[in-house]
Design a protein around this ligand. Structure first.
Ligand code: GLC
Ligand code: CA
Length: 564
């Protein structure tokens, strides 16, 4: 893979783009996106400037959780294509400097995976212990659940199996039985599955609910907590015993050494973990423990505090500042605003007449932070949540809790390529309805418009590519603007901290800026620039590149300006 003017490894250089493959581009008219569709859009993605693609699961699956229930870890579901198509995708992506990242669901398999079929066949089957089986608890009214653990998708986390007279554990749907990661054979078998993909040239894995792998040895009940606003019983307990057990870190170390042995160097491949805290809780410190120094655990972990933020300078500042401060010095941050499980940031955080300006602000925020930005397909054109009627619901979570929980379909609607039928996503009937706003909001129209949101994303990513300070510089916030709802920060590389002579020499050699200032007016009013320093504009929603910016300039409503 090509490396651009930096010695940063590929996943530190630029954004990783999450594709929900069912919804990206359908090339055979069955209404479901496919790998061929992704191959056809690689030039679009390269042009956008991304460095990696994280594919939500594409393995064979009976679709009880849309691919997060895997029945074979080393094949491609025919709806998406074949292993041959996949290999072509890896090669074509690699030619464009884009690494492919697979979604690895290690915590559970499908109930139709041959391992589970064997495991449930009898109590003395050699694979019995590959899953988590437990006797019922004798109680006043007969047999009871082994403990109070609840499934994320409704009901108890234990399913009674009448054939063998025991319960099995499923922290998600009952079609997703949890593996027993305390069993060394399970560890070996899963590492072998990961090797399969590394052998095909995959550059990384996104590890699904990685903090759930190991459960309490004594299977103690979780402590309860009371909250009025949560409909799921799952959210009315602290997940003290079904997540984050200390042995999980040992397993991650094993996975990391597999990755390192493959890569030759410790950063040529990448692991990014989904670390889920209790619902509604900010837990960046928890996510940080799964990265540690960055040397032997995960390379990256998502801090989902950004899912609960408000669009105010103070809130953005406090979430970002905390995230940076809990990471140890060797750790590399990453940032995410949207994914396939959450309401899209464009809908969650942006509202009213200034909505489009707010989307630009979120883009500028995400792409000028220190660390790897994650984009979710369609974010670059400002796609919003779809409104999915009851009859169109697909997500098991949405079906179970309708109408109290919106489910996740709303953020999984088809990518909006053009204003033709079904937004250019399919010639057939899309598996989820296309958002009707596709007539105005689509890639084709934004590609024609130099002032579109898409153009803004591209410009920001290009600027990041050009400016080492944005890519790898330290970040320092200026708190004085917060009261006025202005978020301002300085990004600077080490060159600046060296002597003036070395700095001049470096600039003389054509090395780009050593210090870059970012100001984001998180309000619909005109505001002062907290930097009180002038300079030259690099990129701005309101000013021309290369134009001067005065020390006492006023920022326009929702203005985003990056200057030197
Ligand atoms: C993760 C995935 C989610 C899935 C769940 C169970 O949270 O992001 O989509 O349903 O794990 O695998
Ligand atoms: Ca298809």
């Amino acid at each position: 893979m090509q490396i651009n003017n930096t010695d940063l490894t590929w996943w530190k250089q630029g954004p990783i783009y999450q594709i929900y493959p069912r919804s990206f581009l359908d090339t055979n008219g069955d209404g479901v996106g496919d790998l061929e569709g992704i191959i056809q859009k690689l030039d679009y993605l390269k042009d956008l400037g991304i460095r990696g693609i994280w594919l939500s699961p594409i393995y064979p699956s009976p679709l009880f959780d849309f691919g997060y229930d895997i029945s074979n870890y080393h094949d491609i579901d025919p709806v998406f294509g074949s292993l041959a198509t996949f290999k072509r995708l890896v090669t074509e992506a690699d030619r464009r400097g884009i690494g492919i990242i697979m979604d690895m669901v290690l915590n559970h398999t499908s109930h139709l995976h041959p391992w589970f079929i064997e495991s449930r066949s009898s109590r003395d089957n050699p694979k019995r212990d590959w899953y988590i089986w437990h006797d019922g608890k004798a109680g006043l009214f007969g047999r009871g659940y082994p403990n109070n653990w609840m499934a994320a998708f409704g009901g108890h986390a234990w399913k009674w199996d009448p054939e063998t007279g025991q319960y099995y554990l499923h922290l998600f749907t009952e079609e997703q039985p949890d593996l027993n990661w305390r069993n060394p054979q399970v560890q070996e078998a899963m590492l072998a599955e990961m090797r399969f993909w590394l052998d095909l040239g995959v550059k990384g894995f996104r590890l699904d609910v990685i903090n759930y792998l190991i459960k309490d040895t004594l299977f103690r009940s979780n402590p309860y907590r009371f909250r009025l606003t949560y409909p799921r019983r799952h959210d009315l307990q602290h997940h003290q015993y079904d997540r984050n057990q200390s042995e999980t870190y040992e397993i991650i170390r094993r996975i990391r050494s597999l990755m390192d042995s493959y890569a030759g160097t410790s950063e040529a491949t990448m692991l990014v973990g989904e670390v889920y805290p209790d619902e509604g809780v900010h837990a960046p410190d928890l996510a940080a423990t799964y990265i540690g120094s960055g040397q032997d655990l995960l390379h990256l972990a998502f801090d989902f505090s950004t899912i609960y933020i408000q669009l105010t300078a103070a809130d953005l500042y406090s979430v970002l500042k905390t995230w940076y401060s809990v990471l140890s010095p060797g750790a590399w941050p990453c940032h995410v605003l949207s994914n396939h499980d959450q309401s899209r940031s464009a809908s969650r955080l942006c509202a009213g007449p200034d909505q489009e300006a707010q989307k630009r602000l979120l883009a500028a925020l995400l792409l000028t932070q220190r660390g790897t930005p994650f984009l979710y397909y369609g974010e670059e054109i400002g796609m919003e949540d779809g409104r999915i009627g009851r009859k169109d619901l697909q997500d098991p979570l949405g079906k179970k809790y309708y109408p109290f929980h919106p489910g996740r379909d709303r953020s999984r609607t088809p990518m909006q390529w053009d204003n033709g039928s079904a937004a250019g996503f399919t010639s057939g009937k899309p598996w989820l309805p296309v958002n009707p706003d596709y007539k105005e909001r689509n890639v084709a129209s934004q590609e024609r418009d130099g002032t579109s949101l898409l153009a803004w994303y591209r410009d920001l990513i290009r600027l990041r590519d050009k400016e080492p300070a944005l890519r790898e510089g330290a970040i320092e916030f200026v708190e004085s603007g917060l009261a006025e709802n202005v978020l301002a920060y300085r990004r600077e590389t080490a060159i600046r901290r060296e002597t003036a002579i070395r700095r001049t020499a470096a600039i003389g050699r054509g090395e780009a800026a050593d210090e870059v200032l970012v100001v984001l007016n998180v309000s619909g009013q005109t505001r002062p620039n907290p930097f009180r320093r002038g300079g030259t504009v690099l990129l701005s929603t309101h000013r021309k590149p290369d134009s001067p910016i005065e020390y006492d300039t006023r920022l326009a409503p929702w203005e985003c300006t990056v200057y030197r």
